[in-house]
Design a protein around this ligand. Structure first.
Ligand code: NAP
Ligand code: MG
Length: 501
């Protein structure tokens, strides 16, 4: 079995105490590889290396174009067929992706994202002159955009490779140094990435990848005074906790957290795409996606037809061996996640929702943490299954009569990450999208993201934005520099407030 190492200060190292944790294949329940169980001291070593690299100016002082060249080289290597195949296979074995989703979606999209966000960051000017309208003859001033410093990237288990790419490329192109921590369930994609990073020309300490428990190594990243910024993708619960950990040292935070996103099916929706679209919004990667559109509000005029077609569509989902290209739904990440999803299904039944399809472990799959694609009907928006994030293949369908009710129910959630509207009337759909308090809304599609578009949550789905110009600027600070033009008037006026002559 392969034994991976962490990447600290340009070197591959074990945990200080040599401890490892076996990563489990969620489809077979067999161990895949060993990853280091890093400690607080390992986190400290990585943070110190990142601090030293940042303060030396070896990276932050480099021209953005030169940083970009190194990132493009990394992307080129990642795009190499053997490398992409290896990472895709790692995602299947470590995280339960289907091979088609990993090889054709996750891996190429992540590489595309890293390349494009690098290009955007490379072109952000550090220098922005201010028209000094107040005192044009007296002073000249400009904003200098500076990298924020040492960043900690903390990521979840649902998209290990994509999350690693999202957390690395933006701070790096903006001149920051980083310590990245993958989830304990899925450390391997990030450690594979470390091997490729080591073949590029990043100065030691600029990129560090450490593995270990969130409760110790992760907390060190969130409290150590050398860390300037934390970017977390994870659960709302951990997000709340980390925001608290960041407060004594007032670290900047961006938090990408959970969701309970609404999908609204209008009476004029094209059901040929809307049914599969709405279901894809949840059954993609077995519902283990923060943006999943797990509450589907269906207009009463099309409700019966929608449900009939939805049940038929679920029959075409192939659950099973994720290494098989025919498989369209793999397992959940772990036994505890499987138990949690089954527990929510139980709660749904107890609270009076009606199971339309699914609801169990698939009878034919003896091993692996699988759950059938599941749809509940007769759901009330106040029920637990309509309010809490389940993070599995479970849909709550809610019938509505008028659109104001649908909007009100869609917004009746602590979350605000994403959602969709399905209608042939595009202007009306856009107006509905504007009324939903979430960071992303799709019209007649789902799950489509772009490095150019801001991504993040309203309400308890997060703080700040990733991607886009806005997301890149989150890795910078603005400094105002004002130069007196040497005309005596300004300083004379100021001095009069302090000196008598
Ligand atoms: P999680 O339990 O919140 O963990 C996320 C990361 O935080 C992991 O690396 C975890 O380490 C670490 N962590 C846990 N406790 C910590 C602490 N006290 N201090 C520092 N770090 C700590 O989330 P998950 O279960 O892995 O992932 C599923 C969640 O992520 C869902 O809620 C989902 O909605 C959310 N998510 C959000 C987005 C988005 O962009 N908005 C995208 C994907 C997923 P360990 O693994 O070692 O515990
Ligand atoms: Mg977890």
């Amino acid at each position: 079995m392969e034994k991976y190492q962490m990447y600290i200060d340009g070197k591959f190292v074990d945990a200080e105490n040599g401890e490892t944790r076996a990563s489990i294949n969620p489809a077979t329940e067999e161990p895949v590889a060993l990853a280091p169980m890093g400690t607080r001291n390992d986190a400290k070593r990585a943070i110190e290396a990142a601090r030293k690299a940042f303060d030396s100016g070896v990276w932050s002082g480099m021209q953005p174009g030169d940083r970009a060249k190194i990132l493009y080289k990394l992307v080129d290597k990642l795009n190499d067929m053997d490398c992409s195949d290896k990472i895709a296979e790692t995602e299947v074995k470590d995280a339960g992706f289907t091979i088609s989703l990993a090889a054709q979606g996750e891996v190429p999209f992540t590489n595309y994202f890293m390349e494009n966000i690098t290009r955007m960051g490379e072109n952000i000017s550090a220098y922005e002159p201010l028209p000094w309208h107040d005192f044009p003859d007296l002073a000249w001033s400009f904003v200098n955009r500076e990298p924020i410093g040492v960043c900690a990237g903390i990521i979840p288990w649902n998209h290990p490779y994509m999350m690693a790419g999202w957390k690395l490329a933006p701070p790096l192109i903006m001149g920051c140094t980083i310590v990245l921590k993958p989830a304990s369930e899925t450390p391997l994609a990030a450690l594979e990435l470390a091997k490729v990073i080591a073949e590029c020309d990043f100065p030691p300490g600029v990129v560090n990848i450490v593995t270990g428990p969130g409760s110790s190594l992760g907390e060190e990243l969130c409290t150590h005074p050398f860390v300037d910024k934390i970017a977390l993708t994870g659960s709302t619960e951990v997000g709340r906790h980390i925001m608290g950990l960041a407060s004594p040292t007032l670290k900047k935070v961006t938090l990408e957290l959970g969701g309970k996103s609404p999908t609204i099916i209008m009476p004029d929706a094209d059901l040929d795409v809307a049914v599969k679209g709405a279901l894809t919004g949840v059954f993609y990667h077995a519902g283990q996606v923060c943006m999943s559109g797990t509450r589907i509000f269906v207009h009463e005029d099309v409700y019966d037809e929608f449900m009939q077609r939805a049940i038929a569509a679920v029959g075409t989902i192939k659950v099973g061996d994720p290494m098989d290209y025919e498989t369209t739904m793999g397992p959940l990440i772990s036994k505890s996640q499987q138990d949690n999803v089954l527990r929510y299904i139980d709660i749904g039944k107890k609270e009076g929702a009606k199971l339309a399809i699914g609801g169990k472990k698939p009878a034919n799959l003896k091993k692996g943490f699988f759950v059938e694609p599941t749809i509940f009907v007769d759901v009330h928006n106040k029920m637990t299954i309509a309010q809490e994030e389940i993070f599995g293949p479970v849909i709550a369908v809610i019938k509505f009569r008028n659109v104001d009710d649908a909007v009100a129910m869609a917004n009746d959630s602590i979350f605000g990450l994403a959602g969709s509207v399905w209608s042939r009337n595009i202007p009306e759909a856009i107006e509905i999208a504007k009324r939903i308090r979430t960071g992303t809304m799709w019209v007649n599609t789902y799950h489509v993201l772009s490095p150019k578009a801001p991504f993040g949550g309203y309400k308890q789905s997060g703080v700040g934005r990733e991607h886009s110009l806005e997301g890149l600027l989150e890795f910078t600070q603005s400094k105002h520099i004002l130069v007196d033009l040497g005309t005596p008037a300004a300083n004379r006026l100021l001095f009069n407030y302090v000196f008598s002559q």
